[in-house]
Design a protein around this ligand. Structure first.
Ligand code: TRP
Length: 333
């Protein structure tokens, strides 16, 4: 566990789908396993409140479900520190202190803020907390003096704001914070079974936990090349979501075989999907095995989280002591 510190987080949306697995989680696991980084991964449950303050009943269960998916995907508590934002109260204090130095204009011009406010019209997002979302995120990141933040492109504006806030702090008080880098990885864009972006809110996701008949049914329902109406019509794998998934889960030989058989109409979509469902089931088997272990041992999950909270708090407390001193605020009597 030596090396540069990495930090990332996810809002507790509950169980994760294959888009989350390939978009973020597998990258987190790869960074952990590369051995060169000291990784901190946390559940941003306070961030969930910024948009879901009126409906909080699922946040706790979603938090635990998500940690179980992380462990199932291969995050290893012996290598990575896994913790919960709301358990490390220093995040709130640093958020407050950073809010004092963050110009309103930086928050108001944040593209994510404007988009989300326009899109999520069913929620009233005209709150102080929602506007301050990126300030809390900045606190999360610089608290650990992270060198790198593995995120998707959608998070780039937030990391950029974090960099600006860190620079401003360093300029106003003292050079405490390294300026964090976003770590982007090329990720295959995974579509849901209906051909739109895979998203929990579209109800089109294949979950990491899906297996057996439920998994087969979802794969059977996947949209394919719209021009391939009958089995005898030749298909175009490059336009087919099922083929993209074969690329992730099937052997190179199977991928080649499916491609040729689709183009020549030697097999139909039903058969191709059956092969895919089997390949996904096999690919997810180690994940399901770990998941079953943790589901059967909830005490172990609790202990992992508690240990992670303690490890994170140790760093957070040290950072806050430096910050208070630099800002000449608060006495430890
Ligand atoms: N905003 C991130 C998301 O929606 C979650 C998040 C909160 C985060 N704090 C963070 C990500 C710090 C990286 C670093 O996915």
């Amino acid at each position: 566990m030596t090396g540069k510190r990495i930090l990332s987080g996810m809002r507790p949306t509950g169980k994760l789908h294959l888009g989350n697995l390939y978009g973020a989680l597998s990258n987190w696991v790869a960074l952990q396993d590369s051995g060169g980084y000291d990784c901190y991964y946390f559940v941003a449950d306070w961030h969930a409140l910024t948009s879901d303050y009126a409906k909080t009943e699922d946040i706790r269960a979603n938090t635990v479900d998500m940690v179980i998916d992380w462990l199932a995907a291969g995050l290893d508590p012996a290598k990575s520190t896994l913790f919960i934002q709301s358990s490390v109260k220093e995040h709130a204090e640093l958020f407050l202190l950073l809010s004092m130095i963050t110009p309103l204009a930086w928050l108001e011009r944040n593209p994510t803020y404007k988009e989300m406010k326009d899109e999520l019209t069913e929620k009233d997002l005209s709150t102080f907390g929602f506007l301050g979302y990126p300030v809390l995120q900045a606190a999360d990141i610089i608290m650990y003096k992270a060198y790198g933040v593995p995120v998707g492109v959608d998070q780039l504006p937030h990391v950029e704001l974090t960099r600006e806030i860190a620079r401003r702090f360093n300029f106003l008080y003292r050079e405490i914070f390294p300026i964090p880098e976003p770590l982007l990885t090329e990720v295959p864009k995974l579509l849901g079974i209906d051909g739109r972006k895979m998203s929990k809110s579209y109800d089109n996701s294949i979950f990491m936990s899906d297996r057996g008949e439920a998994l087969q049914k979802k794969v059977a329902a996947m949209f394919t090349d719209p021009q391939r109406q009958r089995k005898r019509d030749p298909g175009r794998p490059e336009l087919c979501n099922v083929f993209t998934f074969h690329g992730l889960y099937s052997s190179a030989a199977t991928v080649a075989e499916m491609e040729a058989a689709c183009r020549s109409a030697a097999i139909g979509c039903t058969e191709c999907k059956r092969r895919l469902a089997d390949a996904i089931a096999a690919g997810l088997r180690p994940i399901h095995k770990r998941r079953d272990h943790y589901l059967a041992n909830p005490g172990e999950v609790r202990a992992i989280i508690e240990d992670g909270n303690v490890r994170a708090a140790r760093i957070a407390k040290a950072t806050l002591a430096e910050v208070r001193d630099a800002m000449k605020i608060s006495h430890e009597l």
